[in-house]
Design a protein around this ligand. Structure first.
Ligand code: NAP
Length: 237
């Protein structure tokens, strides 16, 4: 896809991989709908993007994707602001400190599944009619290495990410005769604040993948010619 002037929704845009990806997409000429909970962090990103690329359209949408009642109006607003959506990048997600299942708080189970799986599905479902109207559209879902390999102590995080894997696989089949192409990303440890936000600070991260390199990979996937589609990427460090 030629991503110049295309309208792209990035969830998890305020930080980490989503933020790095947003910066690279903006540099390539895309217009961006930037979604995450933190208005403050989105404002900082908006300032940077609008300063560098004043001709392009960037709009921030503070939204907690674990809350259905916030998703609906946000997607309606995005469609009203941009009219046509060409790409959906489902990157938002949270980590859960590794522990045996019986030690996981019920609220944490709820929150991880709601954010990483149900929020991603709800956003995709509500944007899909618009994506299907485009002659060419793309959905990329950021799962994880924990989305295809059992990882000790990660029952809930793995459940959410295996869910994203299954969802992505079925979407590929369901949309094969449409103009919407679907891909999953399955990366191992990436050097962001994902873990420290979940109070897991003792993970050695020096050798983790640089989120900028992952963002380059996403841009590479998006910009392949129409008859070349990379529909799965597994990345390790
Ligand atoms: N880092 C890794 O090692 C790694 C490995 C495999 C897969 N992944 C996946 O990669 C994706 C990006 O993670 P990251 O490493 O870039 O982490 P990050 O730096 O913590 O970024 C996560 C992003 O998701 C947003 N987010 C979290 N909960 C949200 C919610 N309820 N509603 C809306 N937005 C929400 C955050 O923004 P707000 O706080 O502003 O809401 C932030 O922008 C995640 O899906 C993660 O599971 C990461």
């Amino acid at each position: 896809m030629d991503i110049k002037n295309k309208n792209i929704v990035v969830t998890g845009a305020s930080d980490g991989i989503g933020r790095c990806t947003a910066l690279k997409l903006a540099a390539a000429g895309s217009n961006l709908a930037l979604l995450s909970r933190s208005q403050e962090k989105l404002d900082l990103l908006m300032q940077e993007l609008s300063g560098k690329y004043p001709q392009q359209k960037f709009i921030a949408y503070p939204c907690d994707i674990s809350q259905l009642e916030q998703i609906k109006p946000t997607i309606q607003k995005i469609i009203s602001d941009f009219k046509n959506i060409h790409v959906l990048l489902n990157i938002a997600g949270i980590w859960l400190k590794m522990s045996p299942l019986e030690e996981v708080a019920p609220e944490d189970i709820q929150s991880v599944i709601q954010t990483n799986l149900i929020g991603l599905i709800q956003i995709t479902s509500q944007l899909l009619p618009n994506l299907k109207q485009q002659s060419e559209a793309i959905i990329i879902n950021d799962s994880s290495r924990s989305g295809y390999m059992a990882q000790p102590g990660q029952s809930i995080y793995c459940a959410s990410k295996f869910g994203v894997y299954g969802f992505t696989e079925v979407l590929k089949v369901d949309l094969k005769d449409s103009g919407v192409r679907v891909a999953g990303i399955y990366q191992g440890g990436t050097n962001t604040q994902l873990f420290s936000k979940a109070n897991e600070v003792d993970r050695p991260r020096d050798n983790f993948t640089d989120p900028n390199d992952l963002a380059d990979t996403i841009v590479f996937m998006l910009t392949r010619p129409p008859k070349l589609w990379i529909h799965d990427i597994r990345i390790t460090y």
